[in-house]
Design a protein around this ligand. Structure first.
Ligand code: GLC
Length: 473
């Protein structure tokens, strides 16, 4: 079954994700807890230097070309509404959805191609969806049969796709991360069969039935332990599903947290301790659960409007959808470059999502965008990697970073905008004798009346760029 109404899905997804973005921006960042473990501090500093990563939502939902997992969830949301022949009956739909593994066979899976494309684009870390809320394990878990190694793909030598993805990227020098959803809508101890699920939450009160909840806690611990011990070195444990959290961590000022009905304490202290015993210095990102297990914060589909001093990362889609949809609407290279620069200038990292399809390949446009970003990065990444933000960070069409005594001033041009004869960096005072060049061009540019003079010849040599970088010493 292929679901066709991508346009409807798309507008719905945007709505859904906008509200989620808002949920994240509501988070109270003043409560950020900095790690005290020196190994975690070191890794965090390293991670803050690399700036640009790849996220990949991939699962059996990709075969139907629908929103990841969410159509299973009995919440009345337009953006993830069920579609297709089984949609009239939730039980029937869930059964059909959970039967997708019988035909899931991504024969074009080639993680080396992804890693090469990502590396050439200038990405330096990867976060791979090992299990989304639907509970389908994209790794060979021994704690479930609902997994990639139980599909027609099982006879493929690369069947344990999580292992292959992490290895391929690690081999190309990437830091690696595992996305793992804490809720699991396939697990009988989360959506216990005795009660029908009403929403995204556990379907019973864990306080009343601790024996069930303990089984779920063990299951979660065990699966995370598999990922932390059998998959080589991992730098980031990226945990989604922020409603699985202790009651005590709920911020009553945040609307979506207020409606969490039950205490869903998964024992993060125990999980983090175990995970770091296998992966010393591991970054733990228990998203939205402010405290010691959220080493960095993760605004979603949005860029904060100001500089933030705490470690943070915006996760964003390259198109409109987190998961593969047949007709994706990719952002322009210019938009992607501006997004990266804006985020880095405000002190964050960009985790850009590209979604593999059911055959295990990306859309060709995704490769094109990455290649074009790579062309820009080859010249301009000097103002990106290992830089620190510099006030005024972002002002008008300008964004700033610094490294040592060097200032990097990015001019975020409009589409097709040619360089004018003079440009005045907003909010920055230029010393009359400042040494200024374009990145990748040795010719010195002069300052006159506080503006940079750009001879037509230099502009011609630089050509049309999504963003222009002035290196100022
Ligand atoms: C949103 C989506 C979720 C996705 C996440 C990635 O919360 O609802 O499915 O995994 O974004 O950040």
């Amino acid at each position: 079954m292929k679901l066709k109404s991508a346009a409807i899905l798309l507008s719905g997804l945007l709505l859904g994700n906008l509200s989620l973005a808002q949920q994240h921006s509501e988070q109270n960042h003043s409560k950020y807890v900095a790690p005290t473990d020196p190994l975690v501090q070191q890794k965090l500093a390293k991670w803050q230097d690399v700036k640009f990563g790849l996220l990949m939502h991939w699962g059996t939902y990709s075969q139907w070309g629908i929103v990841e997992s969410w159509s299973l969830c009995p919440e009345d949301e337009g953006w993830c509404e069920r579609k297709g022949p089984h949609s009239h009956d939730w039980y029937e739909y869930k059964k059909a959805y959970e039967d997708i593994p019988k035909t899931f066979n991504p024969v074009k899976f080639n993680p080396e191609r992804w890693a090469t494309a990502a590396k050439n684009a200038g990405m330096k870390y990867v976060v791979f969806i090992t299990k989304h809320h639907d509970g389908f394990a994209m790794f060979d878990s021994k704690y479930t049969d609902y997994k990639i190694t139980n599909t027609p793909f099982k006879s493929n030598p690369k069947a344990n796709v999580t292992k292959e993805v992490l290895a391929a990227f690690r081999n190309q020098g990437f830091m690696t991360g595992t996305y793992f959803s804490k809720p699991d809508w396939n697990n009988e101890f989360y959506w216990w069969k005795y009660f029908p699920p009403k929403d995204r939450n556990v379907s019973y009160d864990p306080k009343k039935r601790p024996e069930l909840w303990n089984k779920f806690k063990d299951f979660t611990y065990n699966q995370i332990e598999e990922l932390m011990s059998d998959y080589g070195s991992v730098d980031i444990l990226w945990l989604d599903g922020g409603w699985v959290r202790p009651f005590s961590t709920i911020d009553p000022n945040i609307s979506w947290q207020k409606s969490i009905p039950y205490d869903q304490d998964i024992d993060m202290a125990k999980i983090a301790k175990m995970a770091r015993s296998h992966q010393p210095g591991l970054l733990v990102v228990d998203r939205t659960v402010t405290g010691e297990f959220e080493n960095y914060v993760t605004p979603e589909q949005s860029i904060p409007d100001h500089y933030m001093s705490i470690p943070w990362e915006s996760c964003m889609t390259m198109g409109d959808s987190w998961s593969y949809i047949p007709k994706e609407n990719f952002k322009s290279t210019q938009k992607l470059v501006h997004t990266l620069v804006d985020i880095v200038a405000k002190g964050g990292n960009l985790l850009l999502n590209v979604a593999p399809g059911p055959d295990g390949e990306w859309h060709e446009e995704a490769y094109q965008r990455l290649e074009e970003m790579g062309k820009w990065m080859n010249v301009n990444s000097v103002g990106i990697y290992e830089t620190k933000p510099l006030a005024p960070y972002r002002q008008g069409k300008w964004a700033y970073t610094k490294k040592g005594n060097t200032t990097y001033a990015f001019y975020l041009a409009d589409a097709g905008e040619k360089l004018p004869a003079t440009l005045k960096p907003e909010g920055l005072t230029l010393a009359p004798k400042a040494k200024i060049t374009f990145a990748g061009n040795k010719k010195a540019l002069k300052v006159k009346d506080g503006a940079i003079e750009i001879p037509a010849k230099s502009a011609g040599e630089i050509g049309l760029q999504p963003a222009y970088l002035f290196v100022i010493d």
